[in-house]
Design a protein around this ligand. Structure first.
Ligand SMILES: Cc1cc2nc3c(=O)[nH]c(=O)nc-3n(C[C@H](O)[C@H](O)[C@H](O)COP(=O)(O)OP(=O)(O)OC[C@H]3O[C@@H](n4cnc5c(N)ncnc54)[C@H](O)[C@@H]3O)c2cc1C
Length: 465
């Protein structure tokens, strides 16, 4: 598709679009354009031809129809946590002003508008003793997270966020507002649950909520010198874990930043972390496996309100230059442990790899009917996620070198499949197909051809080539 810039779009047409919007149209000359184009992940620096700050579904539909007429591609941003390709020369729909959340406590559902982050959904739902299937960070956008699958601290008990969607309201690439649910446009409903932002703009979604109020959650910090024993023990612990426990083991290279507590600054730990969504007594009993072993440097596992669950991962909130990669594991092999122990801990000074985490999957994730949704790699037992900070091209290269070597060293454990929510630029564009079974990929491409034959929504995961 040809690239366009603002110069080729007549001023009158822009005035007509603005007049049709409740929200704001921004061109590169407008104040507010730079703030609106910024992503949370600042490595994806983008210069859209136009930005529509949408207030409602009509704004989104107007924007998408305008883009079709002007021959522009459409990209979507809620927070910019998951941007994979700069929205250069596109029409960027920013959903961050679409903040409605309504809870139906009797039916245990929530309906959210496109720009809502998980934090406010959790807070609203907890007023009724209910919880959504959010991930580790409450500032991630609920819709973007769910379109990629959505694997959080309740995943083994209740499944993926995508499995809990009852209906989407979608503006299709043709600019029509449609519902996608099990009974209406079921092909689109199937594709949106794991296929990413390839099929239009989701303006709202209705999700199932679950009765979770108190969890037993936290981290055990061990010296990195115990990493090999911790991995081996974790492997055994996870093999016997009930579905109520979603856990992870992570090597953290804490950067030497003044905002971190002194005992973490510039230090490396291996941490066992997780969230037990059963009784506090049973959670304590599960932790005895670790507490009866070496005393951790820090043990902050405790009963906590589910509203505090973000403390488990303590993800960064402020925008940063992030890069990530990972892959599904069928098991934690001895070779994988060797690779993790030898390559991840920072050696001489700060490492571009901030952490390498292995999260436990399975449980309810693997229970969904095969083929029930586009998310199709449900058999893997664990998922690897590596995150780095890449303020410079050299740092990014350093991250890629280490993580490529790590994944090669972990080959005996990796299935070859990837998880799109934990994939960034290269993986999400060149390897996105590896996130799906062959059947799912074929079906996704058919849905894509039916709804977006011109591939106007090509700023998500690349399903086409
Ligand atoms: C700190 C951090 C913690 C994370 N934790 C987890 C976790 O625990 N589990 C997990 O599964 N993932 C996790 N993720 C990954 C996260 O789910 C993805 O990055 C997700 O895409 C972010 O969505 P967003 O809307 O916030 O980001 P955005 O960058 O705004 O959106 C990402 C993409 O989603 C699509 N999209 C967003 N909104 C819409 C819409 N309304 N209609 C159509 N397409 C849309 C677009 O393709 C867009 O490019 C984490 C990411 C970060 C950075």
């Amino acid at each position: 598709m040809a690239t366009h810039n603002i110069i080729s779009i007549a001023h009158d047409n822009l005035m007509t679009l603005q007049a049709a919007l409740s929200g704001t149209l921004l061109t590169p000359d407008d104040p507010g354009y730079d703030a609106a184009r910024m992503n949370w992940n600042v490595t994806i620096d983008q210069h859209p031809a136009l930005i529509v700050m949408a207030e409602d579904a009509n704004d989104v539909a107007q924007a998408v129809r305008f883009a079709a007429e002007a021959g522009l591609q459409v990209a979507v941003k809620a927070t910019g946590h998951g941007a994979v390709l700069p929205a250069d020369n596109c029409l960027l729909v920013v959903t961050s002003n679409m903040q409605g959340v309504s809870i139906d406590a009797a039916n245990r559902t929530a309906t959210l508008q496109a720009g809502v982050q998980w934090g406010p959904v959790l807070e609203e739902a907890q007023r009724f003793g209910l919880a959504p299937l959010l991930g580790s960070s409450p500032t991630v956008g609920a819709v973007g997270y769910t379109l990629g699958g959505g694997l959080g601290w309740l995943a083994r008990k209740y499944g993926l966020a995508a499995d809990s969607v009852l209906a989407f309201q979608v503006v299709t690439p043709a600019g029509e507002l449609v519902e996608a649910s099990a009974s209406t446009n079921p092909d689109l409903y199937w594709a949106l649950r794991g296929g990413g932002g390839n099929f239009g703009v989701v303006v709202a979604m209705t999700i199932q909520l679950y009765p979770v109020t108190t969890v037993y959650a936290g981290n055990l910090y061990y010296p990195v010198s115990l990493a090999r024993e911790v991995y081996t023990r974790y492997r055994e612990w996870a093999a016997n874990a009930p579905w109520e426990l979603t856990s992870a083991v992570v090597i953290m290279n804490y950067p030497p930043l003044p905002q971190l507590p002194e005992f973490l600054r510039g230090q490396t730990f291996i941490q066992v972390r997780g969230c037990y969504a059963g009784t506090v007594e049973d959670g304590e009993a599960l932790l005895a496996y670790w507490r009866d072993w070496h005393e951790p440097v820090i043990d902050d596992f405790k009963a906590m309100p589910f509203t505090d669950v973000a403390q488990v991962s303590n993800d960064p909130v402020d925008p940063m230059p992030a890069c990530h990669t990972g892959g599904w594991l069928h098991s934690i092999t001895d070779e994988a442990i060797d690779a993790l122990v030898s390559m991840v801990p920072a050696q001489n000074g700060p490492s571009p790899v901030i952490f390498a985490e292995i999260r436990h999957a399975g449980g309810a994730i693997a229970q969904a009917q095969p083929g029930a949704s586009a998310f199709s790699l449900r058999d893997a037992a664990f998922i690897l996620e590596c995150i780095g900070v890449a303020p410079t091209p050299e740092a990014k290269q350093g991250f890629t070198q280490i993580t490529d070597a790590l994944k090669a060293g972990m080959a005996s454990a990796l299935t070859g499949g990837i998880y799109l929510n934990f994939a960034s630029d290269h993986d999400s564009r060149q390897r996105a197909q590896a996130a799906f079974s062959a059947e799912a990929l074929t079906r996704l491409r058919l849905v894509k051809a039916a709804y977006d034959p011109e591939n106007r929504f090509d700023h998500s995961f690349n399903l086409i080539s």
